[in-house]
Design a binder for this molecule. Sequence first.
Ligand code: PLP
Length: 368
Amino acid sequence: MTFARCAGILRHMPRPIRATISAAALAHNLAIARTQAGAAKIWAVVKANAYGHGILRAAQALHEADGFAMLDYVEALRLRSSGITKPILLLEGFFKPEDIVTLLKYKLTPVIHSIAQIEILEKVSFEGSLDVYLKVNSGMNRLGFTESNLRLAWNALEAHKGVGAVTLMTHFADAEGEDGIQGQLQWFGLLTRSFHAPRSFANSAALLRFPEEARADWVRPGIMLYGCSPLPFKSAEEIGLRPAMTLSSEIIGVQHLEKGERVGYGFSYQAAQEMTIGVIACGYADGYPRHAPSGTPVLVAGKRTRTVGRVSMDMLCVDISDIEQAYVGTPVTLWGEGLPCDEVAQAAGTVSYELLCALAPRVPVVEI
Ligand SMILES: *Cc1c(COP(=O)(O)O)cnc(C)c1O
């Protein structure tokens, strides 16, 4: 094959599916977080490849943030080698003694959340000064120190010559729900009342719902930056957020069904009357949830319709009986612009976070 022919092939998308990622939407959503944050600084949370949006692309679009929070060392080093010098917070801290030299070399700030990490810090001898976050378990009971060991951890960090600035942090379990943040904030206050250090509490839900109480010195919004709502009672649009990722594809086949005919694996959907279905080039190998039931919303030619039958690896089917202009090549939106990811997630019994970060590497990304 000649080079020219090869290049010709590469110009084509593998299939009609694509994820369109909007830098302007990311920047806009960060500006909304900034308004909520007041004077607090912002860690833009870009873990999990920036919730599926691409770590470098997202960091560039979110360059107005004060720092980037993630947990993967490979992603952190990709930001550093692309020239990003802003603070980087590693939300799970370090795992092994040999991580300490990487933290120092690349100026990464680890979260210290366990006695095992304190022991590593005390065992490894190093030159230089490491700023750290000290994680307080205020009730979520995932990571962090609480009544029995927080003072020990604080004292160890204060006494350590290699430790620079210490910031106290905690994470809310139910900022969007019935419990809210009051209980955890109170317990945090009691646990830390004798410690003088800056503080960081808020995820997106707390920042949007309880800005005054939750902002403290640094906030940590994630999902809102990508244009999804963390609040079950308020849509992204009502908050003023714009979708950063639109997953779109096309119809690649059309079938006419008589009443009683069935569709897809397991024959799980049966036509209640005569109907037309469109077959879409998008399946669970692209990141679309296989557990999305018949009835999950989809846009075809800008009109709302629903999925029918089981989602397969590379395809899914939608009802196009009432969409006259729908044929092979007609554009389809799976989520994003015109169809909130939150709605698709809800229909599939999950959250937008899971849909966004499951976007498969095989889906071509178009940046706008
Ligand atoms: C993921 C995460 C966030 C961001 O949460 P969102 O709900 O996406 O805003 C903030 N803090 C910590 C510790 C996290 O793990």
